[in-house]
Design a protein around this ligand. Structure first.
Ligand code: DX5
Ligand code: ZN
Length: 231
């Protein structure tokens, strides 16, 4: 089982990539230094959009693994427990589920670990942080949504900066804290200071003329943020 990085990482989200050139686009950001690639699965039910299923995850994961990267699968789907075995078989290193979709969250996180993957839990912007306070001890990553799930290119919700320190407190040693949505050069340093070490960036990377250069710029912004209290 691959470990979540405890380092600070910008994780390009393929949601904003050109789906017709997926292999090339993922290779570009890996060659630029990305260690984590974020993969958004949407079902048209939990969120209105449909993206793709395990076959796309398998194709992308094979590119990621050849270069030593980590395939971070974010499931925005109803009843994720019915599908996680397929995403594990497709090569997911980590599978993150929404607390809003999981009445048996402890069981689902255990199921993910039993399938050989790191387990993540995430919550929507209006879901109280307390909703994951018990589950946090069973998770390998706590993902804080900083936009409403479903679309790339939305504006960062500022209240995330008050939620992240509380989520970082819930994270045990070695547990990653990830933020997803609206991460761009203007917001990246703030989310890092507030407690996130995995910064998902979709449109800021793949919406740029050069995804590799945009990735590198975000890495620089975070490096320039200096020391942070939570580390
Ligand atoms: C949103 C997805 C995000 C998305 C972020 O539902 O979970 O991962 O790709 O996109 P940006 O970085 O453009 O806000
Ligand atoms: Zn996501």
């Amino acid at each position: 089982m691959r470990e979540w990085p405890t380092t600070v990482e910008v994780a390009p989200s393929i949601l904003s990539a050109d789906f017709g050139r997926m292999r090339e686009q993922v290779t570009d950001v890996l060659d630029a230094g990305a260690r984590v690639v974020h993969i958004d699965v949407m079902d048209g039910h939990f969120v209105p959009v449909i993206t793709f299923g395990p076959k796309m995850v398998a194709a992308v994961a094979s590119v990621i693994h050849v270069r030593g990267g980590f395939a971070d699968v974010h499931l925005m789907i109803e009843q994720p427990e019915r599908h996680i075995d397929q995403f594990a078989a497709a090569g997911a290193d980590s599978i993150t589920v929404h607390v809003e979709t999981c009445p048996h969250l402890h069981y689902t996180l255990q199921q993910i670990n039993d399938l050989g993957c790191r387990a993540g839990v995430t919550l929507n912007p209006a879901t109280p942080v307390d909703a994951i306070s018990e589950a946090a001890q069973y998770a390998d990553v706590l993902l804080c949504m900083s936009v409403n799930p479903g679309w790339g290119g939305q504006s960062f919700i500022p209240a995330t900066l008050e939620r992240l320190p509380r989520i970082r407190e819930l994270a045990g040693p070695g547990v990653a804290v990830e933020v997803d949505g609206g991460v761009a050069p203007a917001t990246a340093a703030g989310v890092y200071r507030a407690g996130a070490n995995i910064l998902v960036a979709g449109s800021a990377v793949f919406g740029a003329p050069s995804p590799a250069a945009a990735y590198a710029e975000l890495v620089e912004v975070v490096a320039a943020a200096g020391a942070v209290a939570w580390r």
